[in-house]
Design a protein around this ligand. Structure first.
Ligand SMILES: Cc1cc2nc3c(=O)[nH]c(=O)nc-3n(C[C@H](O)[C@H](O)[C@H](O)COP(=O)(O)O)c2cc1C
Length: 203
């Protein structure tokens, strides 16, 4: 059977969600999966971006590294992992705009039966990590994805993350994920790759 294909589609402004995406990719690749890392693009214009130090520079760096996701990426994948920083306990409009672009695939049922999973980054410990991930469960259900939570299926889950998906707390200084956060993200990557591989052709 061909390699399991995992699409990781994320938004990140300051790099912490990006770092989690890379760890999820590493976990999926450790299971032999082929991974596409894709960053959704800004919706804000240059004037708005200029109001936040580093926004434009970070976006330029990441956009040079990661292509923008397409509907074809979603069709290609056996499993799709969505990542977003929280915005008031919810998904960024940037990630949501990509999800909303999948209406045509939704209508044709093209994503039904693929694995789906979600992760996030917040600046504060209780700033909405679980609500942000659970919000993504809504659109994953509508798309017909088989939602892959983490539960407590790995020792890493007893030190960090949430049973709904990986998360990290970046604080006020855009701190990178801790080793415990990374361990959860790698577990998410392994788990999604395993479930996506098992579901291939089954649903
Ligand atoms: C408009 C806006 C709303 C935000 N809302 C929250 C929030 O509700 N809770 C929280 O903890 N952090 C919130 N944040 C902070 C980011 O989610 C947080 O810094 C995140 O780690 C950034 O991820 P990134 O490094 O991948 O860009 C908000 C940031 C912005 C710009």
């Amino acid at each position: 059977m061909s390699e399991t294909r995992v699409l990781i589609v994320f938004y990140s402004r300051n790099g912490s969600t990006e770092a989690m995406a890379k760890s999820i990719a590493a976990g999926a690749e450790s299971k032999g999966a082929e991974v596409r890392l894709r960053r959704v693009r800004e919706l804000a214009g240059p004037d708005v971006m200029a109001t936040a130090p580093g926004w434009a520079e970070n976006a330029a760096r990441m956009n040079a590294e990661y292509p923008a996701p397409t509907a074809d990426d979603a069709v290609w994948a056996d499993g799709i992992v969505f990542g977003t920083p929280t915005r008031f306990g919810n998904v960024t409009s940037e990630l949501k705009a990509f999800v909303d672009s999948l209406g045509g695939l939704w209508f044709q049922g093209k994503l039904v039966g693929k694995a789906g999973s979600a992760f996030t980054s917040t600046s504060t410990t209780h700033g909405g990590n679980e609500s942000t991930i659970l919000t993504m469960y809504n659109f994953m259900a509508h798309l017909g994805l088989i939602i892959v939570p983490l539960g407590y299926g790995d020792p890493a889950m007893f030190a960090a993350g949430t049973p709904y998906g990986a998360s990290t707390v970046s604080g006020q200084a855009s701190a990178p994920p801790t080793a415990q956060d990374v361990a959860v993200a790698e577990y998410q990557g392994r788990r999604v790759a395993s479930v996506a591989g098992a579901l291939k052709g089954a649903v």
